[in-house]
Design a protein around this ligand. Structure first.
Ligand code: NAI
Ligand code: MG
Length: 359
């Protein structure tokens, strides 16, 4: 039998990123062992803040290029208490996403079995969203600067960039995704009352692209009102598309509403597959719990399932999510972020046991 080999670049990064990526790789190996149809060829990169302290750079100058030959990237988190967050983010995560043009950031949110929403009135079926975040331009395009440091006339600018090409491609991606889901429902989020250029272009392009998808129902929301709708009427939402900044914030809210940031996954996709896509839990390096063995690995397991899906291993992805659901359903296997006492080790062992139990 032909064994499919998937070449994975693992970049654990810092803090709990190292702990959860190790757990994720163990689970991927366990899946490959059982399935027999595929295997992983994993190369790990020690890029992150330690490297920055040693060499002055989070990754080698040709780092993004070195990743081009892989089928997918599994990323942990980057960030340390003693290094400014804008250096870590731009030095590693964005230094990969931008050159590899991973322009679609996809963030599914739903209630996993056994995990309760902080919203008292919300049941499992009422919160099932996918947030699509524009991941290449907008407020995080990196344009701007600072002049006259320390003087009274010191000035700092961050210029948002919205291009027709950039907005059209993310809008088309979002409509297509909405179309693939049972409810065929898309909400386009902007702030086109106050931001009267770029956001108005978003609204306009949404209307244009919508004509290509007559079977998708869609509506528009201002981002501030969107936070209220997410809390008060979660069942009225399905697929959501928003700018880099807005979706960054909305997806953290979404993760919290679904129980914990410790279970939320994301994919940074290059939908055309010209370059490898990158998969990561949405949380950061969480130095408040680093080294204590209590990081919730579920976000990384779900992330691994998204990666398998992207690699064409839908059956294995489904098996992994079923096992994740079995583990989260057992409150004894909840880590402290979910109000429990379980450790990363216990949750990982239970997950691997659940995978093996079904075979
Ligand atoms: P964070 O996500 O690291 O932590 C926020 C809170 O959630 C903390 O109380 C943490 O303990 C908890 N938490 C996060 N993930 C968890 C998990 N898997 N299990 C249990 N609890 C979990 O965000 P924070 O504290 O704002 O940032 C810490 C560092 O991480 C900063 O340097 C920041 O820049 C960086 N960061 C990196 C990201 C990335 O690499 N993609 C994303 C977000 C933050
Ligand atoms: Mg964020």
């Amino acid at each position: 039998m032909d064994i499919r080999t998937h070449r994975i670049a693992a970049i654990p990064g810092d803090g709990i990123g190292i702990e959860v990526v190790a757990a994720g790789l163990e689970v991927l190996e366990a899946l490959a062992d059982r399935d027999g149809g595929f295997r992983f060829d994993v190369e790990s990169f020690d890029w992150g803040t330690d490297r920055y302290r040693r060499t002055g750079a989070f990754m080698p100058e040709d780092g993004a290029d070195r990743l081009r030959g892989f089928d997918a990237i599994l990323f942990g988190a980057v960030g340390a208490p003693d290094v400014a967050d804008h250096l870590t983010l731009w030095g590693l995560r964005l230094a990969i996403c931008q050159p590899l043009d991973q322009y679609a950031n996809v963030r599914p949110t739903r209630m996993l079995p056994g995990i309760r929403s902080p919203l008292r009135h919300v049941g499992e079926s009422e919160l099932d969203w996918v947030i699509v975040r524009e991941n290449s331009e907008g407020e995080y395009a990196g344009q701007g600067g600072r002049s006259h440091p320390g003087l009274p006339l010191e000035v700092a600018t961050d210029v948002s960039i919205f291009t027709r090409a950039g907005v059209e491609r993310i809008m088309r991606f979002a409509f297509r995704l909405a179309q693939s889901r049972p409810r065929k429902l898309l909400t386009v989020v902007t702030k086109s009352n106050a931001q009267r250029h770029g956001m108005v272009l978003w609204d306009q392009i949404a209307g244009e692209v919508a004509r290509e998808f007559p079977d998708v129902r869609w509506d528009k929301m201002l981002v501030d009102a969107m936070t209220v709708r997410m809390v008060q009427k979660p069942a009225s939402l399905d697929t959501i598309v928003a700018t880099n900044l807005h979706a960054d914030i909305l997806s953290d809210l979404a993760a919290a509403l679904a129980g914990s940031i410790g279970v939320a996954p994301t994919a940074n996709l290059n939908p055309e597959r010209d370059t490898p896509s990158m998969f990561e839990p949405i949380h950061g390096s969480a130095f408040d719990i680093t080294g204590r063995g209590i990081a919730n690995p579920v976000a990384t397991f779900w992330t691994a399932a998204m990666m398998l899906e992207h690699l064409g291993e839908a059956e294995a992805a489904g098996r992994l999510m079923t096992a994740v659901g079995r583990v989260t359903a057992d409150e004894d296997l909840h880590t402290p972020d979910l109000g429990g006492r379980a450790t990363t080790r216990q949750v990982t062992d239970a997950l691997i046991a659940a995978l093996r139990g079904r075979n």
